[in-house]
Design a binder for this molecule. Structure first.
Ligand code: PMP
Length: 433
């Protein structure tokens, strides 16, 4: 099909994420993806600054991941997981358990489902049904997951009659990462790394809220250190440590949603590693298969599993062998590659490349942590206008709300990274104050 036909038929038949059935702005047809580059149907090549929503950490069309998929296809693409098992799932389960210290693994089919499973497990485990989370979070689009997304920007107003009512702490203050202009490059005030900059009043707020609701809480659920799709905000690991202490003190479970932060994105293997804590339940997804196939996981301690008993969930494509084989290959690749150095190099490149955006009148904040670079704008952005600008620079980004951000694949070369930061800086210069 030519580009025009693709676009027309797409608009006629297909829904896209968070979109009308026939949106005013058409989606761009992609015909290939290699390394960090997307090739559009009209021949344009774009450096992908999104890793397809944080997932393609090794880049596209990777020979090792292709080989793993091909090899597994020769054996079986899928078999049911009810009553059957197979080597790809067993290998992946063992590996994830070794990586996280959480022995029991439920292989789900998307991040949102992994969060649903975590919530179900927490409710079944404790016999209590409310959750505590922090404002500004994002945990997925299914109902249970949506109920712990930020109450204002998380679609609650559309579904208020059917969403369970959970307990929301204030948004964690301050930041974690680079703030241009700060003397140590790590922000001032409530931001910064180490114990410096911890907001004692916020610690008190968390303590007070947990104490007040402890009797009804099954779990505390948070995204460790980085709140992703809820606003791309970073927060101090001390708040995560406090939540761990409070969960222990009151016999509540701690669920870490590492779907966006897992597998090195923030500079540590998992966001929880910044705080040196282990959750009772962890959700993984996105980069788990290197962005190849849809698979996620919910992990927990043997103690939680024991108390849950029969976990009441079982999707048709649970434990899919093809996805499990690619996930295992992707994790081998991650183990082999110097991802810490790569992420550090990207962090340094983002700090340097985005420094120029910080002074623009339409920019509220510029922040960087690991391989995440964020330009927060004063006013909401027009996504298609921003996309036009970055595409002129040969870059693919997907801005939303007040955010123009990047999470590039780990093997992004300095030149390509500079292309991304140049495009973001060019956008910043056009933003209204
Ligand atoms: N939790 C977090 C932290 C996420 O970032 C996302 C996806 N943006 C999800 C859950 C939901 O994952 P999925 O889109 O695979 O359902």
């Amino acid at each position: 099909m030519d580009a025009r036909t693709l676009t027309d038929l797409d608009r006629k038949h297909l829904w896209h994420p968070y979109a009308q059935a026939s949106p005013a702005v058409a989606a761009h047809p992609v015909v290939r993806a290699d390394g960090v580059r997307l090739t559009l149907a009209d021949g344009r090549e774009l450096v992908d600054g999104m890793s397809s929503w944080w997932a393609a950490i090794h880049g596209y069309n990777h020979p090792r991941l292709n080989a793993a998929a091909r090899e597994q296809l020769g054996d079986m693409a899928h078999v049911m997981f009810g009553g059957l098992t197979h080597e790809p799932a067993v290998r992946l389960g063992r590996r994830l358990s070794e990586m996280t210290g959480l022995e029991k693994v439920f292989l789900a089919d998307s991040g949102s489902v992994a969060v649903e499973v975590a919530i179900k497990a927490a409710i079944q485990c404790t016999g209590r049904s409310r959750l505590l989370t922090v404002k500004g979070g994002y945990h997925g689009d299914t109902f249970g997951a949506m109920s712990v997304c930020d109450p204002v920007n998380g679609m609650h107003h559309l579904f208020s009659g059917v969403l369970p009512q959970h307990v929301f702490a204030d948004r964690p203050p301050g930041g974690f990462g680079f703030h241009p202009g700060a003397p140590d490059g790590h922000g001032s005030g409530a931001g910064g790394s180490g114990e410096h900059g911890v907001d004692e009043a916020y610690l008190g707020h968390l303590g007070e809220l947990v104490a007040r609701h402890a009797g009804e809480l099954a779990a505390i659920i948070v995204e460790p250190v980085v709140q992703g799709a809820g606003g791309m905000r970073f927060y101090h690991p001390a708040y995560l440590r406090r939540l761990r202490e409070l969960a222990d003190e009151y016999g509540i479970l701690l669920i870490a949603d590492e779907i966006a932060t897992g597998f090195g994105r923030t500079g540590e293997m998992f966001g929880c590693d910044h705080a040196g804590i282990r959750p009772d339940i962890m959700c993984l997804g996105k980069a788990l298969t290197g962005g190849y196939l849809t698979m996620a996981a919910t992990l927990c301690t043997p103690e939680v599993a024991e108390r849950v008993g029969v976990l009441m969930h079982g999707p048709t494509f649970m434990g899919n062998p093809l996805a499990a084989a690619v996930a295992d290959a992707s994790l081998t690749l991650l183990e082999e590659r110097p991802w810490r150095d790569e992420v550090k190099r990207i962090e340094a490149g983002l700090v340097e490349g985005l420094a120029g955006a910080a002074g623009a009148p339409g920019v509220r904040d510029v922040r960087v942590l690991g391989a995440i670079g964020v330009v927060e704008t004063v006013r909401p952005v027009d996504p298609s206008k921003v996309q036009d600008i970055v595409m002129e620079h040969g870059v693919w980004l997907r801005p939303f709300g007040h955010l123009v951000y990047t999470m590039p694949p780990y093997m992004t070369e300095p030149d390509d990274l500079a292309r991304i930061t140049t495009a973001m800086t060019a956008v910043a210069a056009t933003l209204p104050a």
